[in-house]
Write a protein that binds this ligand. Sequence first.
Ligand SMILES: C[S@@+](CC[C@H](N)C(=O)[O-])C[C@H]1O[C@@H](n2cnc3c(N)ncnc32)[C@H](O)[C@@H]1O
Length: 332
Amino acid sequence: MDSDSITAATTTTTTETTITAVTSTTASTISTGLSKTAQKKLLKQQKFEAKRAEKKAAAKAHKKSETERKRKEWEEKLSTLSEEEKIKVMESRKELRKERMDKRSVEKQLKAERLTAAKTNGQNVVIDLEFSDLMTTSEINSLVQQIMYCYAENGRCSSPAHLWLTGCQGEMDKQLQRLPGFDKWIIEKDTQPYIQTFENQKEHLVYLTADSETMLNDLDPKKIYIIGGLVDRNRWKGITMKKAEEQNIQTAKLPIGNFLKMSSSQVLTVNQVIEIILKYLETRDWKDSFFQVIPQRKRFEADLEDNQEDLGDKQDEEQYAVQEQKKPCTET
Ligand SMILES: C[S@@+](CC[C@H](N)C(=O)[O-])C[C@H]1O[C@@H](n2cnc3c(N)ncnc32)[C@H](O)[C@@H]1O
């Protein structure tokens, strides 16, 4: 069997195994007497997870076959060379690899320095993780992916924000701990709610929420901006606004309407909001920040809003496809 056939065989086997697992889990769950809607939802979630596992397995198999192909290519190249040439080529490859590794370690060091400096002079941005009880496991997974993306994006910034994860406990914490290297992240983690973490700075807290009447015109370095750690397929409309009002803290919405025409709601995902803030910190230009971050298709989400099932799929895809190419939106 050549490597391509092996890849295909591996993928097919994985797919079959996953689908079988889903079917049997579903059958046993249905027999436990869930409502039809709950069964449908569960089945959908399981199918989504099976699809994700399938994609992951295919990517892994592809990576393996690519490594194998490159190794063969390299061996073939070496076999055409004289001993002297072989030594030369191998030495230059070794050197290149060392250079790459040195560069990577310098970048890592610089990133750590930037993130450490941000702890004293970076804009405080909090992700409020107190909503994990309102999310399904797959939504929590999506949120974890988004947080991972936010952290990576922050690390790339020349002047990063000072990121906080508050109310970090239970399932949410468990999922975050599973991220490779999470324990080494240069970020503030607190099991307490932000209202306790910042009890002496309550007047500086600003909850960012699309439901606020107040437009965020500029970022104030003294303020602590809070973002709701929620992937809720719009089930919990207005929940962050209500929370901020009950806690008597300030609220603000991003000034999207001033710059973009969006036919859908202006509720963005956590990573989009953080990315916009990071871009704005660098450019002080809202328009540019929105255009760089908000994908064009966001303008069409309104058509899907009434169809929760479609929106669910779409949003889940969106959470995992954070690397997708971002297209510019239309100007108002
Ligand atoms: C997916 S949204 C959660 C929506 C949730 N139903 C709510 O009531 O906030 C994630 C978070 O991003 C922030 N956010 C999203 N769109 C925003 C906007 N247009 N302006 C300000 N903050 C926004 C909010 O903090 C929000 O809680």
